[in-house]
Design a protein around this ligand. Sequence first.
Ligand SMILES: [Zn+2]
Length: 332
Amino acid sequence: MGKLSDILFSAGNFVANKIQQPAVILLYHRVTNLAADPQELAVSPANFDAQLQYLQANYNVLDAAQFLAYAQSGKPFPKRSVLITFDDGYADNYLEALPIMTKQATPALFYITTSKLNTTKEQWWDDLERVLLTGNTLPDTLHININGAAHTFNTVDTAAITGTYYALQAILRFCAPDVIDRAMQYLYSWAGCGSEGRPSHRMMTFDELKAMAASPYVQIGCHTHRHPAVGMLPYAQQLQEIGQSKEILESLLQQPIQHFSYPFGGRKFLGSKRYYNADSIKACKELGLQMVCANYYGQVHSWSNRFALPRILVRDWKEEEFASRMERFFKL
Ligand SMILES: [Zn+2]
C-alpha cells in the first residue's frame, strides 16, 4: 500500500472504531526458539508468556465459542475483546504454547492443516528453507520448471541463495499442491538431500493433537488439507481441500469443527483475490463452517463479514512493544 492509501485505511478504521468498540483477533503460528526464522513465524516462549500475562491484565480474552456467539449475535463485542488464534498445527503449539496458556489460564483457537500431521515431513515453506538455507552444498545454478514455466536462479553464494529462497516462496505459494510437491521433489535431487524433515519443524502427532484438543483452553478449527492459496483453485477443489481437513479433524477428535482460516489469507495480492474469493466463502458456508478468519489488518465489529474476518499478526515482540502495538490495534 502507498502512503495515501495507508492514511485513508487508518482513517477508515479510526472512524469505524469510534462508532463501535472493536474486537481484535491475533494471529500466531509458532511458540519456540529457532536458530533461524526467515518467515518470522515464531514467538519465543518468554515473550509469549509475557504477552499472555499482559493480555490477561489489560484485555478481555474470549475463547472461540464466546467470540463466535458475539459474532453471530450482531451486537457489539465487550470492551477490549481479543481472540487468540494459531495457524498450521506445529508441534510446538502443544509442546511449548499450551503449557504457557495453561499457566496463564488463557484460551486460544488452533487452525490445523492436516496433510502433514503425524508425519516427519515439513510444510513446503519450511522444507524450502531446509533445502536452501541450512548449509547444503548446492550447485551454482538452479534450472527449474514450475507449472510449465522455466525458471533459472543464481545459487552461487549465500546472498544469491537467500534471494532464490524468497523468489521461490513467492512463486510456489500460488501453485496447486501437486505442483508444489513436484517442485520440492526436484529440489531434493538438485540439492542432493532427502525429504525427511527437521524435528524442530514438524507438525503435531495425532496423539499430541488429541491431547491438545482435550485442554479446556484449546479449541480446534481447520486450515485446509494441504495449505493451498484456495483463491487459485476452482470451486470443487476449494470445497475438497477445506472439507477434507474438516472431516479428518472431526473423525480424529470426535467433535464438530466450526472454525476455519484461509491459508496465507491476505485479502488481495496485486489487486486480485488469489488467497480467497467468493467461491471460498461459498465453500465454507456449504461445509457448515460458522466463523472464518483471513489474514489482513483490521478490527472486528458487529457488521464484519463472519466468513472473512481480519486478523493481526503478532511478531516476537517483548512486552513493552506488544503493549504499545495492542493499543494501536484497537484504534487505527
Ligand atoms: Zn497457514
